[in-house]
Design a protein around this ligand. Sequence first.
Ligand SMILES: Nc1nc2c(ncn2[C@@H]2O[C@H](COP(=O)(O)OP(=O)(O)O)[C@@H](O)[C@H]2O)c(=O)[nH]1
Ligand SMILES: [Mg+2]
Length: 320
Amino acid sequence: MASVSWDRLVDGVLSGDVRSLARLITRVENREPGWQEAMKALYPASGKAAVVGITGSPGAGKSTLTNAVAGLFAAQGRKIGVIAVDPSSPFSGGALLGDRLRMRESAVHPDVFIRSMATRGALGGLCQGARDVARIMAAFGKDLILIETVGVGQDEVEVVKAADCVMVVLTPGQGDGIQALKAGIMEIADIYVVNKADRDGADEVVADVLGMLSIAGGEGSPVLKTSAVTGAGIAELAEAVLAGIGRAKNRETWLRERVKAEILSLMENEILNSLVGKFGKNGALEKAVSGILDGKSDPYTAVEALLPGLSEAASGDGRR
Ligand SMILES: Nc1nc2c(ncn2[C@@H]2O[C@H](COP(=O)(O)OP(=O)(O)O)[C@@H](O)[C@H]2O)c(=O)[nH]1
Ligand SMILES: [Mg+2]
């Protein structure tokens, strides 16, 4: 049994205790019994923070940029949390440590709270996991939460989709840059950043993005050049982020969609977990697998047998 009660951790988080923050995040991430009660208790205090998604190809400079922007915001007196969603497995851990160190080493401000999350293995899903961690940080008193994630997989896209403002980080000479945008990131980006502008070719990438935006009807989105190394353009980027957050607050339908998406993702997990638990325990799942492998059944029939009446109910609703 855990030594410290949820109540004490919740109180600790609400009163700004960093140790409680770290411990409560771990327990919620591990979905320890009682996690929902803790999230319910924290929820009312979590409404004021804004979440910023930072995405782009590996090596584009997301961590370095995140650090620079976090430092600038912290120096302005804002309370900053950082969530680094790392593509490495929780077991290899190499890149995870690398990111953490990079952020720590150059951390401009001691008050910036940094938390890494593994991409795979997040109980309850990566997107919900990041959302929970951001919410806990908000209840702790963070004003702005920056989530860094590699913009490749669908899960990662879902993570940044839930943010109030999304920036995509590109670099000069990165031929696949625009390609990556086409793979779903383009539609959700509020700010385009061409980082490593201290190198040749940044203007060409800016022109490419502007050209793409004019075709896609996305004119007006800021396209900014930065150098996380020299600090050029960081202040402008920080301003664009705040402006982007301001715009998000006015998107009422988008806010509704976001809340709906969260309810559905939590429901999906609850339903799946309870079914997997039930059919795991009574052996029905293994029996169904055997039936299919023996050629006596197929996956469609097996699901119908496991969930009698469910598909009819769903299609009936659909027709109405
Ligand atoms: N020249 C240059 N190098 C940069 C810049 N930003 C980041 N880097 C370097 O690019 C490499 C990858 O940066 P990192 O922040 O880890 O990229 P991430 O994988 O997107 O998080 C590191 O060696 C950084 O020092 C920049 O603006 N200019
Ligand atoms: Mg990184």
